[in-house]
Design a protein around this ligand. Structure first.
Ligand SMILES: Nc1ncnc2c1ncn2[C@@H]1O[C@H](COP(=O)(O)OP(=O)(O)O)[C@@H](O)[C@H]1O
Ligand SMILES: [Mg+2]
Length: 279
């Protein structure tokens, strides 16, 4: 497998922006359990960063069960499976997504659902993919990496490429225990990756805070550190409706509560000096 095929003579040279001196901050979105809202949050964070003027890349890191493209309602011509097959270079698999009226356009590196090749990448291939993403990050201000469910090695290898992982957790005990398992395994595997928590699908803010306290207390007791809370996102059927219609909620109803909550989290994630968001 090659991520850097020799440039064919007849392939048009893709115009990429000039390389930055410092790489983008890479934020991975993880959870352990599936179906908690990682892809919804990844897309919303990417849109929020883009609307704030950050050049943003959203990577579908759910190898084998990718669905960023489905939630965005796009049909990309190429994707990570083509990269793995050696047909295109990593940067040539990037697809621009129009932000519509919101001016929040960003780039996507799509996956391919049902791709056995992506689902069964060897550890070397994932390590090379992670290295390729780190190199590609030089061309962006912000990279969002939507991870798959589970805590297996390949998921951790991708997560290790991130500066920060946002754990999406709901109040279901299975979500909380799977998230704790993810946090524990990643802490052992990549201790320098900062881990923060966002509680999704909250019925009330107080309930979200309680869920956070339960998980973070377990981390403090058994792992010796307490991940910070980056925010709570309220449950709203509008999220499900937007996904069903394959349109992003941030473009159709930017004032809805889950979107306002996610934008607040985007502010928190970029709250380091010099990284402030203005949206
Ligand atoms: N804040 C929310 N309010 C209501 N439903 C939500 C919310 N976030 C996610 N969901 C529901 O959870 C489902 C799974 O979301 P998704 O982003 O695909 O999860 P994951 O990527 O973790 O598998 C969505 O189809 C939607 O119905
Ligand atoms: Mg997903």
């Amino acid at each position: 497998m090659s991520f850097l095929l020799p440039k064919s003579m007849d392939r048009p040279e893709k115009k990429m922006p000039p390389r930055r001196v410092t790489p983008a901050s890479i934020i991975a979105v993880g959870s352990g359990k599936g179906g908690v809202g990682k892809t919804f949050m990844s897309i919303t964070l990417a849109s929020a960063f883009a609307q704030a003027g950050k050049k943003t890349l959203l990577v579908d890191g759910d190898l084998g069960l990718a669905n960023v493209d489905v939630q965005l309602g796009i049909a990309p011509e190429t994707d990570l499976a083509a990269v793995i097959a050696g047909w295109v270079e990593l940067e040539d698999a990037v697809t621009p997504v129009d932000g519509g009226s919101t001016q929040g356009g960003f780039d996507v590196l799509p996956g391919r659902s049902g791709s056995g090749a992506l689902a069964e990448l060897s550890s070397d291939e994932v390590a090379r993919l992670a290295a390729g993403l780190s190199a590609l990050a030089l061309q962006y201000d912000q990279v969002i990496l939507d991870l798959g469910a589970g805590i297996e090695n390949n998921c951790m290898r991708l997560a290790r490429a991130a500066d920060k992982v946002v754990m999406i957790i709901t109040d279901e005990p299975t979500s909380m225990t799977d998230a704790y398992a993810f946090i524990k395994v990643l802490k052992g595997y990549a201790p320098n990756v900062e881990q923060v928590i966002a509680i999704n699908q909250c019925e009330t803010r107080a309930a979200g805070q309680r869920t956070y306290e339960a998980v973070s207390r377990a981390c403090q007791t058994f792992l010796g550190f307490r991940p910070a809370l980056s925010g709570t996102i309220m449950r709203d059927d509008a999220v499900r409706e937007a996904i069903r219609s394959q349109r992003t909620l941030i473009s159709t109803d930017p004032s809805s509560q889950p979107i306002q909550d996610a934008i607040a989290i985007a502010h928190t994630l970029l709250s380091e000096p010099g990284q402030a968001l203005h949206c």
